[in-house]
Design a protein. Structure first.
Length: 747
C-alpha cells in the first residue's frame, strides 16, 4: 500500500467528463509541517492557488499536464460535494462496515480511491445541510461550497458512476453521521399515516400497475423473479417508488401488503431497519414518479420543517456568468445534435430507413459522414417492422464502409420485438418502463432511432391526445438519460402526407421537434435530397444529395432449395446534384433501372428489342455510357437475356424484329445458373410481336415455338457438356502432373 508521501498517480481516464469540464482545478504538493503532511494547492506555474480566488484556478487539461506536483484537485464550487472516507480500506482492500454503509447511500455515483490508497472519495451534486467531520474517529468528512476548500482527485476508480444529484443520500448521510446527539431518532418503521381514502387510491394505482407491467404484477404477488430475496425486494421498491410518488410512507405501507413481505423487513441494520435501507436505495435510483394521465412530475421532498423543495434541481437559478458560452454538442457535426428530439420524413421509397441505418452505424463506429466528425456512442435502432431484414442492410453498410461486425459490437442494438411507446389511455407502455430499467442500470443509449412513428405509437396520429402520450413517453426516456449525467438524441422516422409538403399527424409533433429533415426523391431517380427545415440550437445545414449504391452480399439457398443472389442498398453523399429528370448515378445504380425497364416493357406487351430501345427508355435518366455498361453487366450475370427469334419463326414475322429482351426473377436466374435452362415463357413472344402474323395458323406457331425451345435446350445442354469436358480435361491434366511430370502416359 502506498503511503501519503508517495500518492497514487493521477488516472485521467477515470475522472468523470462532467468534472473535467469545470474550470476549477489546481495542482497540489505534499508538504510536511509539524510532523503532518499538508496538501498545498498550486497553479500549474508553481505559484500558490487560493480556494477563494477563481483567478488562480485552471482547466483540467492544464493541471493534468503540469509536472513536479503530487497530484490534482478541484474546488468545491456550485453544487459540487466531496465526501472523504479516511483509512476505511483494510490491507485486503475490504471496506469497514461503516464505510460500506456510506457507499451504499450513493449506488450510482463516482467513487475513487484517495491519494493514500487507503481511503475513498465520493463526488456528487447537492446541498448538504451540514459540513464537517463525523463517523468513527471523525474519519468521515463532508464538504461543499459552504466550506471553501478544494478536494483531491485521483481518477483511481473504486465504483464506476457519474457526477449525479444525490440530495437524498446527502440528507441521510448527515442524519446518520454528522448530526448532534440531540437529534431526533429516525423512526424504526415508516408506518403508514395515510387516510382511508388515500389507501384506497393507492390500491387503485397498484391495480393499474399490475395491469400495465407484468414484472410488477409478479413481484407484487410474491413471485421470485431474480432467485434472490433482496433483489426481488429492491426491484419491487423501485416500482413502488415510481407509482406512489416517491413517498416513503406509502411505499412502506404498500410493500407490507405485498406477497414479498416477511419479518426481515423490520429487522435492524445498524440504526435503520432493512426496509428503511431498501426504500432509501430505491429513492436514490428512481428519479421520476407517476401521475394520472401518463405524465410525470418532479420528484418532491418535504423536509422536517415543512419546506417543499425539488429533488433534482432548484426551481429557479441565477445565470452563471462565470462560465464561458459553449458550442452546442453534436453526434454528427453540423447535422445531428447530441441532445433533443427530431424528425426525418419523406414519401415512400425515399430511403428514410437507409439514411437512419447509415447515421446509426456511423455513430456506433465513429465513421465520418459528409466530411463531418462523429461523436461515437451507443445506438438503439427501435424498428417497428422488418426487424429481420435489417440484418441485410447492416451487413451491406459494414461491407461498403470496410467495417467489421466487431466494430459495432455492444454499440448497436435492435429490439427483440416491436416497441410501442404509449398506451391508449395516455400512459407510458410497459416496454418503455423496461427501457427505463436499462437506462438506470447504466446501459442507456446516446442515439435512439424510432422507425417508424406509425408503428411505434398507440391511437390516432392526427389527435393531440394520442400524439401527446407518445411524445411524453419519448420525453421521459430523454429526461431519464439526462438524470444520469448523459445526453440523448431521438430521431423519429415518419411518412409524408399525400400530395403535401408536410408530414402526417397532429401539429403537436411539430411543436415538440428540435430539428426536422425531409428526404425527397424524383420519380425513377436513384438519388435523394436531404434538406433541413428546422434546427433549434444549430445553424440550419446545407442540403445534401445522397446516391444509392447496390452492395452484393453473395448467394444463399432459400427454404425451397433455390440459390438466391442477395443484395442491399446503402446511401453515399454525392457532390453531383441531379438535373430535373436526371439520376446522375453510377453504373451500379443504372443497372437496376435497366433491369426494371426491360421487365416493365415486357409486362406491358411492348418488349424492348434492341440496345437503342433500352437507351431510349432511359433517356434523360441515365447517361448513355452507363446504360450500355449496365445492360452488358446484367446480361453477363444472366439477369437479362437477349432472345433471338429462330429462323423457323423469323420468316413468319417482320424481319426487323429479330430479338427481344427478358429480365428474370431471383428464382429463375438462380435456376439458369444452376441448370443452364431458361424458363419456358421467355421463348413465347408477347402478343404485340405476334400481330404481324395474323394469318399464320396456330399450329404453325406452336410447331415453331416447340422447335425453338428444343434448339435452345439443346444449345444449353451442349454448353453444359462442353464445360464438363473442359473440367474433365483439366482434372486429367492435373492428375498426370501429380505423377511426377513424367510425360504422357503410354497406351
Amino acid at each position: 500500500m502506498k503511503s501519503q508521501h508517495t500518492p497514487i498517480p493521477l488516472d485521467a481516464a477515470g475522472v468523470p467528463e462532467l468534472l473535467k469540464q469545470k474550470d476549477a482545478w489546481v495542482n497540489w504538493r505534499a508538504v510536511e509541517r509539524d510532523g503532518r503532511v499538508t496538501k498545498v494547492p498550486c497553479m500549474p506555474t508553481g505559484a500558490s492557488a487560493s480556494t477563494t480566488n477563481p483567478a488562480t484556478w485552471s482547466s483540467f487539461e492544464a493541471v493534468k499536464g503540469a509536472d513536479g506536483f503530487s497530484g490534482v484537485g478541484i474546488m468545491l464550487i456550485d453544487d459540487l460535494v466531496g465526501i472523504d472516507l479516511d483509512k476505511c480500506l483494510n490491507q485486503s482492500g475490504e471496506l469497514e462496515p461503516w464505510a460500506q454503509k456510506v457507499v451504499d447511500m450513493f449506488p450510482r455515483s463516482y467513487i475513487e480511491r484517495s491519494p493514500s490508497g487507503r481511503g475513498l472519495h465520493i463526488l456528487c451534486l447537492g446541498a448538504p445541510e451540514r459540513n464537517g467531520k463525523g463517523g468513527p474517529e471523525n474519519r468521515l468528512e463532508l464538504y461543499s461550497k459552504a466550506s471553501p476548500r478544494y478536494f483531491t482527485v485521483t481518477g483511481s476508480v473504486y465504483q464506476f458512476g457519474g457526477l449525479l444529484e444525490c440530495q437524498e443520500g446527502l440528507d441521510t448521510l448527515v442524519d446518520e453521521f454528522l448530526a448532534g446527539p440531540d437529534r431526533d431518532k429516525r423512526r424504526r418503521s415508516v408506518a403508514t399515516t395515510e387516510s382511508r381514502q388515500a389507501k384506497s387510491d393507492d390500491q387503485a394505482i397498484i391495480a393499474k400497475a399490475c395491469r400495465l407491467n407484468a414484472r410488477f404484477s409478479k413481484l407484487w404477488s410474491g413471485e421470485d423473479l431474480f432467485g434472490d430475496d433482496s433483489s426481488n425486494d429492491m426491484s419491487l421498491c423501485n416500482h413502488l417508488c415510481f407509482w406512489l410518488g416517491r413517498d416513503r410512507a406509502r411505499v412502506d405501507a404498500a410493500f407490507r401488503r405485498s406477497g414479498l413481505m416477511r419479518p426481515k423487513w423490520d429487522e435492524m441494520r445498524g440504526q435503520q431497519t432493512y426496509g428503511e435501507l431498501t426504500i432509501d436505495k430505491a429513492l436514490q435510483s428512481v428519479l421520476d414518479s407517476y401521475r394520472p394521465g401518463g405524465a410525470t412530475e418532479p420528484a418532491l421532498r418535504v423536509k422536517e420543517e415543512g419546506r417543499r423543495v425539488r429533488q433534482n434541481k432548484p426551481l429557479v437559478i441565477p445565470v452563471d456568468f462565470s462560465k464561458p458560452i459553449t458550442a452546442p454538442e453534436t453526434l454528427i457535426q453540423k447535422y445531428l445534435p447530441r441532445d433533443g428530439i427530431g424528425m426525418v420524413w419523406g414519401d415512400p421509397s425515399s430511403y428514410k430507413s437507409f439514411l437512419a441505418i447509415d447515421w446509426s452505424l456511423r455513430v456506433a463506429t465513429g465513421t465520418p459522414w459528409n466530411n463531418c466528425k462523429i461523436s461515437k456512442g451507443v445506438v438503439w435502432y427501435l424498428a417497428g417492422e422488418g426487424i429481420a431484414g435489417l440484418r441485410r442492410r447492416v451487413d451491406a453498410w459494414l461491407k461498403h464502409n470496410k467495417k467489421q461486425s466487431t466494430d459495432v459490437a455492444d454499440r448497436f442494438f435492435l429490439p427483440g420485438a416491436p416497441i410501442v411507446f404509449n398506451e391508449s389511455d395516455g400512459d407510458r407502455s410497459e416496454e418503455v418502463e423496461l427501457l427505463a430499467e436499462l437506462v438506470l442500470d447504466g446501459k442507456g443509449p446516446d442515439l435512439v432511432i424510432v422507425d417508424t412513428v406509425a408503428r411505434s405509437m398507440s391511437g390516432d396520429e392526427n389527435t393531440v391526445k394520442d400524439v401527446g402520450g407518445f411524445i411524453r413517453a419519448v420525453d421521459y426516456l430523454v429526461e431519464l438519460v439526462r438524470s444520469t449525467g448523459r445526453q440523448l438524441c431521438v430521431v423519429l422516422i415518419h411518412h409524408a402526407r399525400k400530395s403535401s409538403d408536410d408530414y402526417r399527424g397532429s401539429s403537436a409533433f411539430r411543436g415538440a421537434m428540435d430539428f426536422e429533415y425531409r428526404l425527397s426523391r424524383e420519380k425513377g431517380s436513384s438519388q435523394v435530397e436531404l434538406s433541413c427545415s428546422k434546427m433549434k440550437d444549430l445553424e440550419i445545414p446545407k442540403s445534401v444529395h445522397l446516391e444509392r449504391s447496390v452492395v452484393d452480399l453473395g448467394c444463399q439457398v432459400d427454404n425451397h432449395g433455390d440459390l438466391l443472389d442477395i443484395t442491399s442498398l446503402v446511401l453515399d453523399v454525392t457532390d453531383q446534384a441531379p438535373s430535373i429528370a436526371s439520376v446522375g448515378g453510377e453504373e451500379h445504380s443504372a443497372y437496376l433501372l435497366v433491369q426494371d425497364a426491360v421487365r416493365d416493357a415486357f409486362a406491358a406487351g411492348e418488349p424492348i428489342r434492341s440496345r437503342d430501345e433500352v437507351e431510349k427508355a432511359l433517356s434523360g435518366k441515365v447517361k448513355r455510357v452507363h446504360v450500355r455498361s449496365a445492360l452488358d453487366s446484367r446480361m453477363k450475370s444472366a439477369w437479362i437475356h437477349k432472345i433471338e427469334i429462330e429462323r423457323t419463326l423469323y420468316e413468319l414475322v417482320d424481319k426487323k424484329r429479330g430479338c427481344y429482351y427478358v429480365a428474370l426473377a431471383y428464382e429463375e436466374q438462380s435456376e439458369f445458373l444452376a441448370t443452364g435452362k431458361l424458363p419456358d415463357w421467355v421463348f413465347i413472344p408477347p402478343v404485340s410481336m405476334a400481330q404481324p402474323w395474323g394469318e399464320v395458323p396456330e399450329g404453325a406457331l406452336r410447331e415453331a415455338a416447340a422447335a425453338m425451345r428444343q434448339k435452345r435446350e439443346k444449345t444449353a445442354a451442349n454448353e453444359v457438356a462442353k464445360l464438363q469436358l473442359i473440367a474433365e480435361a483439366a482434372a486429367k491434366l492435373k492428375a498426370n502432373g501429380n505423377q511426377g511430370g513424367a510425360g504422357p502416359a503410354g497406351p
